[in-house]
Write a protein that binds this ligand. Structure first.
Ligand SMILES: [Zn+2]
Ligand SMILES: [Zn+2]
Length: 145
């Protein structure tokens, strides 16, 4: 599933997808529950919703693996986080403050907005917490419906 609008996922699901991508795409649900400090039954429900949406595969008792769609979506999530963080750093926040502040609201910013900001910033290659990737959206100016 393409990150069409970029608004498909709740803040919690955004964190789960980023966590999985940072770990190479796989994790056990018990590890995720421990990492996020939530009950395993709660995380299983959310993971089921992400699996239904096509972002990951869930094998009971084994774990969770990102699909290609999930990896593509995670790329966008990192980009959004890093573009927004750069704006904050350029306006006086420390790297750490910027990452933390942006994590509070990033899931509410649309893909079109990020693409427009990326263009306006001249397609920065490096964010404060990792590289920024560019795709058709920010390079061509094509709008995502
Ligand atoms: Zn960051
Ligand atoms: Zn760009």
């Amino acid at each position: 599933m393409e990150p069409v609008e970029g608004l498909e996922l709740t803040p919690r699901k955004v964190e789960y997808l980023k966590y999985l991508a940072e770990r190479g795409g796989t994790a056990r649900t018990t590890e995720m529950a421990a990492h996020f400090g939530v009950d395993p039954s709660t995380i299983t429900k959310t993971i089921g919703e992400l699996a239904d949406a096509g972002y990951l595969l869930h094998t009971p008792y084994r774990g969770v693996t990102l699909t290609e769609e999930g990896k593509t979506y995670a790329e966008f999530l990192f980009k959004r986080h890093r573009i927004l963080s750069l704006v904050f750093v350029r306006n006086g926040l420390t790297d750490e403050e910027a990452c933390r502040e942006v994590s509070r609201f990033e899931s509410f910013i649309s893909r079109n907005t990020i693409d427009t900001m990326c263009r306006a910033m001249g397609h920065p290659q490096q964010g404060i917490c990792g590289a920024i990737t560019h795709d058709d959206g920010c390079l061509s100016g094509r709008k995502h419906s």
